[in-house]
Ligand binder design. Structure first.
Ligand SMILES: [Zn+2]
Length: 250
């Protein structure tokens, strides 16, 4: 499968990145990328658009306004912020944002907490999906996202990182997506290539999408996982491009 020059193979597929960031992240990780650096990287690796989120939201509003053909906004909301619903309305109406981003680990709540319900209800009204960080106890476990999916069966939710680095959480993300048809999976930071093919075949061909999570990961590494997972080229086009385009109506 990898007989072809690897860098050619990686660049061959047109992509939309379902989950990335701009800006500098200090603390434990010490990584960062400017909007222009991300666009250069997208050009190099055949990424047409990236769905970006920042907290606070201003940097992503500015970047989407400046590069509307390359960036799609996901509004990163903190449910504890009394203005979060107004922030979402503004982002969608005035900046064409296409999703809500929730990071329960970063902001210390569970995805099925009542504080999320008003955001879920507004997202449903605006007809945009939730994109929820998953993979870390106690605040971002796939089972809690499953409970939110049970409460709002008509609201699509993407489990960002599909359980992330822990095999048990990866499996639970897949199990929850099997149980709840409104759950979708995103691949960034998830190390098991086999689970990409398994999710595509067992859960649904339109319910798994590729993401980079810039600046945390290198595009070549993240792109290689679907490629070596055993999916056909046609199936890879769904994972790399078609599925996020359809879900976010891009
Ligand atoms: Zn991220």
């Amino acid at each position: 499968m990898l007989e072809q020059n690897l860098s050619e193979r990686i660049k061959q597929f047109k992509k939309i990145d379902a989950h990335s960031h701009i800006g500098y992240f200090g603390s434990w990780c010490d990584v960062g990328i400017t909007p222009e650096e991300l666009i250069d990287q997208m050009d190099e690796y055949n990424v047409e658009k990236s769905v970006i989120c920042t907290y606070p939201i201003q940097d992503s509003l500015d970047a989407v306004d400046k590069y509307p053909d390359r960036f799609v906004g996901a509004a990163w909301l903190n449910p504890m912020d009394p203005n979060c619903l107004d922030i979402l309305k503004d982002a969608v109406k005035n900046h064409n944002f296409k999703a809500v981003k929730l990071h329960p680990l970063e902001q210390a709540y569970c995805p099925n907490d009542e504080c999320v319900f008003p955001i879920a209800e507004l997202a449903q009204e605006l007809e945009i999906p939730l994109m929820i960080h998953t993979g870390h106890p106690p605040f971002s476990l796939p089972w809690s996202v499953g409970q939110l999916a049970d409460i709002y069966p008509d609201l699509p939710m993407v489990m960002i990182h599909m359980g992330h680095g822990n095999g048990m959480f990866i499996q639970s993300a897949i199990d929850m997506a099997k149980k709840y048809p409104n759950l979708y999976l995103e691949t960034s930071g998830m190390p098991m290539h086999t689970k990409i093919k398994e999710a595509y075949r067992d859960i649904g061909s339109d319910r798994i999408m590729w993401g980079l999570d810039a600046p945390f990961h290198h595009p070549a590494v993240e792109m290689l996982k679907p490629i070596v997972s055993g999916l056909t080229d046609e199936e890879l086009e769904d994972v790399f491009y078609n599925n996020v385009k359809k879900l976010l109506k891009l």
